[in-house]
Design a protein around this ligand. Structure first.
Ligand SMILES: *Cc1c(COP(=O)(O)O)cnc(C)c1O
Length: 352
């Protein structure tokens, strides 16, 4: 039964009996086997999709936000604030509403998916679109939270990582052990940091017997970690990972190197191809960022990276729901033909 990640995993989280848990019963998301997708892009591998779009606000951000807002309330905060490419603000505004505290959001004024913006607004957050990038918004947010009694709930809030690591616990709980590989998109690199922390904690506790290789993917137009330098004007259709200067950069390198994995990049064309393939082959609809690790796995597979790993289990975090960004979907599929409302016309158009 869903009881929220704090109640399920409290032994691994910084909470006490007296902590006022703010939850929307997030977590416990499905780990979906994807044999048809595997056949298409990585034949011989066992792909398991951790569909984080099934969280209350439609992305994995809820795992971190239940922790961050819970601790903010425990510490007496009356407001939280974040810079966001969309999903962080959707989660922050929902959990703040749940807690009965205020929420302030700074968004870049370009490229925020419509579904995400609607969430922050409907939950009553104070939203400002700034004439700049996410990275600019984050700098301003940090300055404001240092000056005023407002709790920052961006990735630099350590409780976010604590909550997000429960994704790794759930993967192990379902598989009975850790997977051989774990692939995911990388933006601010909080999630790759969190998953690696979770896998290491379960391993140290003797619950899992192995550790996965962590495989992260950035978009080619927004790949500071791969290219080794911040990107001033990052661009990609995968707006959730359009981050030029990741907050958890060093932690991502640690996760990569400790696990023996890698962080690579894929082009928007490759992302788009995987974005369309997944819902058609498996019935799972995600936002574009989730296609980055799928495109990345295909690229690695084609280069022979998995040659010695036939039958290996690869968990893939699908970080957000496709309905977050309906514009992107509509732009890339054929639109319905209009026909007269007669049986003859419909049958003819269906080409039976
Ligand atoms: C936030 C987000 C990411 C990026 O995660 P990081 O922890 O910033 O690397 C990827 N996909 C979606 C859908 C997101 O909301």
């Amino acid at each position: 039964m869903r009881q929220g990640i704090i109640n399920t995993y409290r032994a691994y989280l910084p909470v006490t009996e007296r902590t006022p848990v703010i939850t929307l019963f997030e977590g416990d998301t499905p780990l979906i086997p994807a044999p048809r997708l595997a056949q298409a892009i990585t034949p011989g591998l066992r792909l398991m999709l951790k569909f984080e779009g099934m969280n209350p606000t439609g992305s994995f951000k809820d795992r971190g936000m239940t922790m961050a807002v819970t601790k903010a309330v425990e510490d007496g905060a009356v407001a939280v604030m974040c810079a966001s490419t969309g999903n962080t603000s959707a989660a922050a505004s929902a959990y703040a509403a749940r807690a009965g505290i205020k929420c302030v959001v700074l968004l870049p004024n370009t490229d925020v998916a419509l579904g995400k913006l609607s969430q922050a607004l409907i939950h009553g957050a104070k939203v400002l679109a700034i004439e700049g990038t996410f990275d600019d918004a984050l700098v301003l947010t940090r300055q404001i939270c240092e000056k005023y009694p407002i709790q920052i709930v961006n990735h630099i809030n350590p409780y976010r990582i604590e909550g997000q690591k429960t994704g790794a616990f759930e993967v192990c709980d379902v598989l009975g052990d850790a997977p051989d590989f774990h692939a995911l998109p990388v933006g601010n690199a909080g999630n790759i940091t969190a998953y690696w922390k979770g896998y290491k904690e379960y391993h140290a506790a003797g619950i899992s017997t192995k550790l996965p290789k962590m495989i992260g993917f950035q978009a080619a137009g927004s790949a500071p970690i791969v290219d080794g330098a911040p990107v001033l004007n990052p661009h990609t259709i995968a707006t959730a990972i359009r981050i030029g200067n990741p907050a958890s950069w060093q932690h991502a390198l640690t996760a990569r190197d400790e696990s023996g994995g890698l962080i690579g990049k894929v082009t928007d064309d490759q992302i788009l191809e995987a974005y369309l393939l997944l819902p058609a082959l498996e019935g799972v609809f995600t936002e574009p960022a989730c296609a980055a690790p799928l495109a990345g796995l295909k690229k690695l597979y084609d280069s022979g990276y998995f040659n010695d790993y036939d039958g290996a289990t690869v968990a893939v975090t699908l970080t957000g729901h496709g309905l977050k960004d309906p514009d992107r979907a509509i732009k890339n599929v054929p639109h319905p033909a209009t026909v007269p409302a007669t049986l003859e016309a419909v049958v003819r158009a269906l080409d039976f």
